[in-house]
Write a protein that binds this ligand. Structure first.
Ligand code: ATP
Length: 473
């Protein structure tokens, strides 16, 4: 649903969730900034993931590795040689396309049967590495599908997705390094440091949250596909031969985690990979039904000993673990869970966003509401004095003082109450309280619930506990 997708993008901008990067200079393509509410939302998701991975699992610890890594890292991981997509340029429009996306675009304009057979043909040519065949395929379809008419196309070539830069201050000293395209390698190179200093016993995991960078070619999908993004990854080290057991365990655990964020289970599904990446012996995606369709949210990969073995080879340092239970040395196998933080934000926004018609016979009315689970909502409690006088702001401010140490609160005294409620609905605040003249008599306030819009009176002394309880749910 493109309309909903566009509506969410506009809403994010209008209400301070997500802005185009460097907007005053007309933006930077596929790079985004999180505003005041987006940053809170993202941080709450991060903290929730971190807690459920580390605090809730005694055998998983978290680290924070550097973005810059020794260049050999990316040789060992296979990224220098194979982290690339086949690309083609249109000489007239000067536009660059990922070959698979271009052909998928052609297929989308055909009837379903023809489209499916075109995709199949493409996959066979891709698997055979037949670039000439792919080029012919594009030549045959470009006119029919009128992508820039009878455009001129370059040959197809590989385009590495890693960003490179120079380390060192003087040119002679400088050596080329990469911005990491995934956080996982920071965990692999620290495997022994953590295992030894933490005296970790297999099976155990190392978790990490951090930025990753990819020079994505197709970049018109808001925060779904960015050039700078964040990943939340966990590498779980296991005894070889037990990896499928753990793979099955983690895929279910991770699905449960997404459901625990209030996601409708019908919009989540597994998608098994038939074409496996160079490092994997089993892989699947957890997909979410975004407004742009079912797409990858998280990858679960059984990476075997691919990474540790290659690092051992290139560094000459042993990457082995002595397993006292079976009295053996081995390079552990790895099951990885890798979820995009920004894609999780986009899932939460898609799931939460609702346009509601509240019209009655008397008057037309509507609202946009973000139904975030309380635990990740940017603001938990908004506090409104009904009027700016009669001592009501003073009471409201004492409520702010009570709430502030516990959770993010928001104070507002301007405009009619109804308007203030609507503004909080639009940023997903689950609870609003209004201080009125009765408050002065009996120390109660009106609490208004975002989703049902129901209101009830409650004692000020019960307020913090109630909100804390809802956040913990
Ligand atoms: P895709 O096929 O969509 O390019 P991928 O299979 O390359 O993704 P992985 O390498 O498995 O992705 O990365 C793990 C997770 O990181 C993905 O499931 C996704 O949530 C996130 N991710 C990957 N690339 C991007 C990106 N360009 N922008 C935002 N998130 C990303």
């Amino acid at each position: 649903d493109q309309n909903k997708f566009q509506a969410i993008i506009s809403h994010c901008k209008e209400y301070g969730f997500i802005f185009q990067s460097s907007e005053i200079y007309d933006g930077l393509s596929a790079v985004y900034d999180y505003g005041q509410y987006g940053a809170e939302l993202k941080k709450n998701i991060k903290d929730y993931w971190w807690k459920s991975m580390t605090q809730m699992h005694d055998n998983i610890v978290g680290i924070d590795a550097a973005i810059f890594m020794h260049p050999s890292t990316w040789k060992a991981s296979g990224h220098v040689d194979s982290f690339s997509d086949p690309m083609i340029d249109n000489k007239d429009s000067k536009k660059r396309y990922r070959v698979d996306h271009l052909i998928e675009g052609f297929a989308a304009t055909m009837n379903p049967e023809e489209g499916a057979s075109l995709i199949k043909e493409m996959e066979q040519l891709e698997a055979a590495g037949d670039y000439k065949g792919l080029k012919d395929l594009i030549d045959r379809h470009k006119i029919k599908c009128s992508v820039s008419g009878t455009a001129n196309w370059t040959d197809i070539r590989q385009f590495n997705l890693m960003f490179s830069t120079q380390l060192g201050s003087v040119a002679e000293e400088a050596s080329e390094i990469y911005l990491r395209p995934e956080t996982a390698q920071g965990i692999f190179v620290n495997f022994l440091n953590v295992q030894k200093t933490g005296r970790m016993k297999i099976p155990f995991g190392i978790a990490q949250i951090g930025k990753a960078f990819r020079n994505e070619i197709v970049a018109r999908q808001f925060i779904f596909r960015m050039r700078e993004f964040e990943q939340m990854e966990m590498q779980f080290f296991v005894r070889p031969g037990t990896e499928m057991e753990w793979y099955n365990y983690w895929k279910e655990e991770r699905l449960k985690w997404h459901k625990s964020l209030g996601i409708n289970p019908e919009r989540l599904r597994f998608h098994n990979h038939t074409k496996l990446a160079h490092y994997a012996n089993a892989a699947l995606d957890i997909e979410y039904d975004f407004p742009i369709g079912f797409k990858e949210l998280e990858g679960i990969h059984s990476r075997t000993d691919f990474d540790l073995k290659n690092h051992q080879e290139l560094s000459g340092k042993k990457m082995q673990y002595f397993d006292p239970e079976i009295n053996k040395n081995y390079i552990p196998y790895v099951v990885e869970t890798s979820v995009g933080l920004d894609r999780t934000v986009m899932m939460i926004l898609s799931e939460a966003y609702e346009e509601q018609d509240l019209s009655t016979e008397e008057k037309q009315d509507s609202r946009v509401v973000l139904k975030f689970p309380a635990k990740i909502a940017p603001i938990k409690l908004a506090v409104f004095p009904l009027t700016k006088k009669d001592g009501l702001p003073e009471i409201a401010k004492t409520i702010m003082d009570q709430g502030r140490p516990h959770f993010r609160c928001f104070y507002e005294e301007k405009d009619a109450i109804g308007k203030r409620y609507r503004r909080q609905d639009a940023i997903g605040t689950p609870f609003c309280v209004t201080v009125d003249h009765q408050t002065k008599e009996d120390n109660t306030v009106t609490i208004r619930y975002r989703d049902t819009m129901e209101q009830e009176r409650i004692g000020i002394d019960q307020l913090i506990e109630l909100v804390n309880r809802k956040i913990a749910e």
